[in-house]
Design a protein around this ligand. Structure first.
Ligand SMILES: Nc1ncnc2c1ncn2[C@@H]1O[C@H](COP(=O)(O)OP(=O)(O)OP(=O)(O)O)[C@@H](O)[C@H]1O
Ligand SMILES: [Mg+2]
Length: 265
């Protein structure tokens, strides 16, 4: 399972991604949570608090002028898997956490860290680990390579007019060449049962789940904690558990269909 969360700023992407990553790890999966937002977010919802650690600039070397391929590559001898082992941080429940770094660092080193981050994700074997990715708000990153690892892109949609409009724009981008294999919506900060239907109608996307408004998310985050630790029985944790089950069921069906089409188990 490889999922990327996209959506408007403040939609609830990080809140859902962090809890989902930990719940999947509790279920026995090898989970890598990846954060390509230069602002803080995912580390808090994972329960790590604010983490500024960046992939070091010397993880990549610059190619000579005229060399084909990307300008920066993982330094010689450093495979994607080895780089992950070296630069990912341990998070609760056995999740590993990778980010390129936060916007505090000056421009040049962060750019090298971003190249390293992309190359690690592009170079991992396709079957493992499970990846849960958290992208920054807006429409710029999702379809220009940053979510290239994802088999499913989830648009997180708060049921506000701005949230719905952003989701519609993201859904339109899904018709471009760089579209992900599967694009679905998850309602976030839902207030009533009608929100899911509103999101479906206004975005044209399948709605895979609905996460209710829950003050306990804010209460937990105010102190830099994960809602999973502070309020494990909260409605928001129950909703993300259900979302994880649906994603797992879909992954299972997709793998079975693939095996069928190849004529093997
Ligand atoms: N289900 C929820 N119920 C109540 N508050 C929520 C819920 N989900 C998120 N929030 C709150 O909304 C704010 C934004 O959430 P979050 O940081 O997860 O959004 P985001 O989409 O990752 O934002 P950004 O685009 O800035 O990264 C936070 O203050 C968070 O506590
Ligand atoms: Mg975020």
């Amino acid at each position: 399972m490889r999922v990327a969360f996209v959506g408007k700023g403040g939609a609830g992407k990080s809140a859902i991604a962090g809890v989902l990553a930990r719940l999947l790890a509790r279920g026995g999966e090898d989970v890598l949570a990846v954060d390509s937002d230069p602002m803080p977010g995912l580390s808090v919802s994972l329960g790590l608090g604010v983490v500024d650690a960046a992939i070091p600039a010397d993880a990549v070397t610059e190619q000579a002028d005229g060399e084909p391929g990307p300008r920066f590559r993982l330094r010689q001898g450093l495979t994607a898997t080895a780089a992950l082992d070296r630069y990912a941080l341990p998070a609760p429940d056995g999740v590993r956490f990778l980010q390129f770094g936060k916007a505090r660092a000056s421009g040049a080193p962060l750019m090298r860290s971003q190249w390293a981050f992309r190359q690690i994700l592009d170079g991992l074997p396709s079957e493992s680990p499970t990846i849960i990715g958290d992208l920054p708000g807006g429409t710029r990153q999702p379809f220009f390579g940053w979510a290239g690892y994802a088999d499913t892109v989830i648009v997180v949609v708060p049921p506000t007019s701005a949230g719905l409009l952003s989701a519609r724009r993201l859904a339109k981008l899904a018709t471009t060449d760089a579209a992900p294999r599967r694009l679905v919506a998850v309602v976030s900060q839902a207030r009533d049962d009608g929100d899911a239907e509103r999101v479906r109608q206004r975005t044209g996307l399948d709605v895979l789940g609905s996460v209710p408004w829950d003050d306990q998310v804010l209460t937990a985050e105010r102190d830099g904690h994960s809602v999973l630790d502070v309020a494990p029985d909260s409605p928001v944790v129950a909703a993300v558990t259900e979302l994880g089950d649906r994603l797992a069921a879909h992954t299972h069906t997709a793998q079975a269909a693939l095996a069928d089409s190849r004529g093997g188990p």
